[in-house]
Write a protein of this length. Structure first.
Ligand code: GTP
Ligand code: MG
Length: 178
């Protein structure tokens, strides 16, 4: 069955977003402490497709060798999982573009892995802050990308973005006859 993975820096809100999309409070375990998700967790939706919660990258407190092991394990999953339709790269809307995220998306591009971006925690910004942030991020991306990937915004507090993200998944599922 097709699957959709959520990845991004530790604490960006991957597990919270999965719960928001499913309308369930504690399906995926969340925490204020980075590094909560340490396994690849699959959630079967409508007996038809999977949402996949991945460990975050760039979590400084795990040792270097653990961090390398995780990176390899994530890379293996992303590159070899045949039913992985799309990777959602989550970006925290409160920060300037971070090197680690830009590099990760660059790597996905090089490896020709289809991905979309989701800006998380939008509830932390007001309307002006939102559009400023989005414009600045897109400008930064366009320095290296000819074309932007699909971009979504989300808040697991207000459920903003839920319909749009689910509609996108349904659309991609449609291409694969699901
Ligand atoms: P790891 O599994 O550790 O990599 O983290 P994660 O990316 O799964 O993050 P998680 O969903 O556990 O959320 C981290 C923290 O951010 C928690 O304290 C959440 O309550 C908070 N958080 C997540 N999403 C949102 C959001 O949309 N708005 C706000 N205000 N807080 C959020
Ligand atoms: Mg998590």
């Amino acid at each position: 069955m097709p699957e959709y993975a959520f990845i991004g820096r530790s604490n960006v809100g991957k597990s919270s977003l999965i719960n928001m999309l499913c309308g369930r409070k504690s399906l995926a375990k969340t925490s204020g402490t980075p590094g909560k998700t340490q396994l690849i967790n699959h959630f079967l939706i409508n007996d038809n497709w999977y949402l996949v919660d991945l460990p975050g990258y760039g979590y400084a407190k795990v040792g270097k060798s653990t961090s390398r092991t995780w990176q390899k394990f994530l890379a293996d999953y992303i590159l070899n999982r045949e039913n992985l339709m799309n990777v959602f790269v989550l970006i925290d809307s409160r920060h300037e573009p971070q090197k680690i995220d830009l590099e990760f998306m660059g790597w996905l591009g090089e490896q020709q892995v289809p991905f979309a971006m989701i800006f998380t925690k939008l509830d932390k910004l007001n309307a002006t802050g939102k559009s400023k942030f989005l414009d600045a991020y897109k400008k930064e991306m366009l320095q290296t990308w000819e074309e932007l990937p699909p971009i979504f915004v989300s808040s697991s507090v207000s459920s903003e973005g839920k319909e749009e993200i689910l509609a996108y998944i349904e659309e991609v599922n449609g291409y694969f006859g699901q």
